[in-house]
Design a protein. Structure first.
Length: 278
């Protein structure tokens, strides 16, 4: 099977799993699935850090990320304060990274160890939690439409960027980080995200997009998705690896799948909460 075939096969499996998590209105299934995604992403992130010879607190960071997801998932079903409480949980987790380092025998590279531990908690646990917040936005029965719309816009952006960049890409976007990324691919990603926004506007009335929202948020998501992709490429370049793992043939590891959603989820959440539903 060629790389495109592997990519399509892995994408089909991922789409099936995502649809289960998005459309089944079962709190335990949603939180359990989110914990699985976050656990594997955390392991990949801290393994990547160890490739650099940095001794981050791998299991402390992983446990903190799982706790963040569970707390947010549970609180979303209770009250509207999940976002503010999420910030507190993250701050406690960050402080805990300092406290844990106090009991490490050696003080060598303490700055790198603490900072990369906190980065892992922010990049994986904190950012992923916005996907959970979207899933429970307003209610468990309504939130699925917001999360589906967000994922659709992000993945349309990824797909359009890949195919348009592959066919028409001539001008490199950032050859230092990703030689295959092109300006044409970026434009394609923006178009794809806008198409996803328009699909939401026409077919998913529960979200309440106007035509203006579909186009503006589509443009924003298209750009942020590319930034997310390049950001993970930056981490991999620094660690001198091609993919975070080979969990999904043709696509890479969990972080390779979540690079765009991790940065796009907060943008989408803040837009629908403070602009669309203000």
């Amino acid at each position: 099977m060629d790389n495109l075939g592997k990519r399509l096969f892995s994408s089909a499996i991922l789409i099936f799993l995502l649809l289960l998590l998005i459309f089944f209105d079962n709190t335990y299934l949603i939180i359990g699935g989110a914990v699985a995604f976050v656990f594997w992403s955390s392991v990949e992130f801290y393994d990547l850090v160890q490739q650099k010879g940095i001794k981050a607190s791998k299991w402390y960071g992983t446990i903190c990320n799982i706790v963040i997801i569970i707390v947010v998932g549970v609180l979303c079903g209770i009250n509207e304060r999940a976002l503010s409480l999420l910030t507190w949980v993250f701050l406690f987790a960050a402080c805990g990274a300092f406290v844990r380092q106090l009991f490490v025998a050696s003080t060598n590279n303490a700055i790198f160890g603490i900072s990369t531990t906190i980065l892992g908690i922010f990049y994986v646990g904190y950012l992923f939690s916005f996907l959970v917040l979207l899933r429970f936005f307003q209610s468990i029965s309504i939130g699925k439409y917001y999360l589906f719309s967000a994922v659709m816009m992000i993945k349309f952006s990824d797909a359009f960027a890949f195919f348009i960049g592959s066919v028409f890409g001539k001008h490199r976007l950032n050859a230092r980080l990703s030689p295959k990324k092109s300006i044409e691919g970026l434009i394609g990603g923006i178009i794809g995200s806008v198409v996803g926004g328009l699909a939401t506007y026409f077919f998913i009335k529960e979200v309440g997009f106007s035509l203006f929202d579909a186009i503006i948020l589509g443009c924003i998501i298209g750009v942020v998705a590319e930034i997310g992709d390049l950001s993970e490429s930056l981490l991999k370049r620094d660690a001198e690896i091609k993919d975070s793992k080979q969990l999904f043939p043709g696509l890479g590891g969990m972080l390779d799948i979540l690079d765009s959603p991790l940065l796009c989820a907060p943008v989408f959440y803040f837009y629908v909460r403070y602009i669309l539903n203000s």
